[in-house]
Write a new protein. Sequence first.
Length: 94
Amino acid sequence: MVGVAVLISPVCAVYNLSLGMKIAVSGKGGVGKTMLVSLLSTVLARSGYSVLAIDADPNATLAAALGFPHPEKITPISEMADLIEERTGARPGQ
């Protein structure tokens, strides 16, 4: 089966990793982007696809919508300044 990455941010996107297919959903806050991405991720995973769901939204609620235990313990990547600097060579905010 094909791998799929799902991203949620102010713009939600679904990436088909082997075919390069991209699906984007855009909207203002509170329109259901997280719910859409969680449902889409679940359906794709249950259909046999490998799914990578990435929550780039500052609210970071995708883990809770997907039923992960203790989603409040997940640190948003935007708060990982040391990791960002290590991987990119740039310190956020400087």
